[in-house]
Design a protein around this ligand. Structure first.
Ligand code: FE2
Ligand code: FE2
Length: 122
């Protein structure tokens, strides 16, 4: 079994949800390593950040569709948070690709933002 990357207190017990969250936490760690370790060349970090952005957006779509199929209604604030994080991560991909991004601030914000998303499940 592969290592668990997300904090154990964030495990929901819903297997597919936990698998996706854990994968996204793992991707954040990879993005962080790639962007912070190599200061002048962000090519790998950008590729990983772009992959994270795609997977994050796919995860939000999966969550919303799964909730809809199960008749669960997310609070408006949760859907809004999905939209805000989507816009945020797209902006950051664009900034990193222009070489115009505060990388440490991005990392801290990304971690907090995603953790908040996992804590506020509904
Ligand atoms: Fe969510
Ligand atoms: Fe989620």
């Amino acid at each position: 079994m592969s290592a668990i990357h997300m904090p154990t207190e964030l495990v929901s017990g819903v297997a597919e949800m936990d698998r996706q969250h854990d994968q996204l936490f793992n991707e954040i760690v990879q993005v962080k390593c790639a962007l912070l370790e190599v200061e002048d060349d962000h090519e790998d970090g950008l590729a990983l950040l772009s992959r994270f952005a795609e997977d994050l957006i796919a995860h939000f779509a999966w969550e919303e569709e799964t909730a809809r199929l199960q008749g669960v209604r997310f609070e408006e604030g949760h859907i809004k948070a999905h939209r805000q994080m989507t816009a945020f991560i797209r902006t950051k991909v664009a900034e990193v690709s222009r070489g115009d991004c505060n990388i440490p601030a991005l990392m801290v914000f990304m971690e907090r933002c995603f953790e908040t998303h996992v804590v506020n499940m509904t």
